[in-house]
Ligand binder design. Structure first.
Ligand code: GLY
Length: 191
C-alpha cells in the first residue's frame, strides 16, 4: 500500500516482494492442520470424497470437529471519516494450488467506499461471484450499517452462499451479520 501503486500481488511475485520488504520465510502449517489435511487426502484416495474440489460440507464437518475457523477481519473509521479494512484467512481446505479466495479481492471479501467498509468471509467463490463486499457498502448509501449487512447476508443465502460479515458506515455505526451458527465479534471506540 505504501511502497507501490499495486493493489494485488500473488504467487511467486508476492513472495519475492515480501522478502524484499524484509519479511522472513515462515511455514504457517500447524500440527492440527496437517492432521486434517492428511485425513482428507486419505478420504480422497479411498474414493470417499470423489473428484469434487468444493468439499464444502465435508470441510464444515472438519472445521466443526477441530474448531478451525480461521478468517479474521477488521474495519475502522477515524475521526476524519476515513475507512480502513483488512481481512486475513487460511482459505478453504483442498483447493487447487494457486487458488485465490475472496479475502484479498476488493469488492468481494474486503471493501470500502465513501459509504462504508466491510470485511467478510464464507465460501469465497460465491462471495466473489456475487461481489458481496461491494453489494454491502453500496447498500450503506441508503441503509444504516446493520440493515445493510442483514440485507447482504440474506441476499447471499438466497443465492446459496453462506457468509459472515462485519462493517462500519460513514456515521460510525457498526454491524455484523452471518448465516453460520455463530461468529465472534468485537467492537471498540477510542480517541
Ligand atoms: N473465505 C475464505 C476463502 O474462500 O478462501
Amino acid at each position: 500500500m505504501e511502497k507501490t501503486d499495486h493493489h494485488l500481488l500473488v504467487g511467486h511475485g508476492a513472495t519475492r516482494f515480501a522478502r524484499l520488504m524484509g519479511h522472513p520465510d515462515h511455514d504457517p502449517r500447524t500440527p492440527e492442520r496437517v492432521t486434517v489435511w492428511n485425513q482428507l487426502k486419505q478420504e480422497l484416495r479411498c474414493g470417499k470424497t470423489g473428484p469434487d474440489f468444493r468439499f464444502w460440507k465435508r470441510i464444515s464437518k472438519w472445521q466443526k470437529a477441530y474448531g478451525l475457523f480461521d478468517t479474521v477481519g477488521a474495519c475502522a473509521i477515524d475521526s476524519r471519516g476515513r475507512f480502513a479494512v483488512a481481512t486475513s484467512t487460511g482459505g478453504i481446505w483442498m483447493k487447487l494450488p494457486g487458488r485465490v479466495g475472496d479475502s484479498p479481492i476488493p469488492g468481494a471479501g474486503t471493501c470500502a467506499n465513501r459509504y462504508g467498509a466491510i470485511s467478510m468471509t464464507g465460501h469465497g467463490e460465491g462471495v466473489m461471484r456475487l461481489c458481496l463486499g461491494r453489494h454491502a457498502v453500496d447498500l450503506m448509501k441508503r441503509l444504516p450499517c446493520q440493515a445493510a449487512l442483514d440485507a447482504t447476508a440474506k441476499y447471499a443465502l438466497k443465492h446459496g452462499v453462506e457468509c459472515g460479515i462485519i462493517g462500519v458506515d460513514a456515521k460510525g455505526r457498526l454491524g455484523g451479520a452471518h448465516s453460520a451458527k455463530w461468529m465472534q465479534l468485537g467492537m471498540a471506540a477510542g480517541r
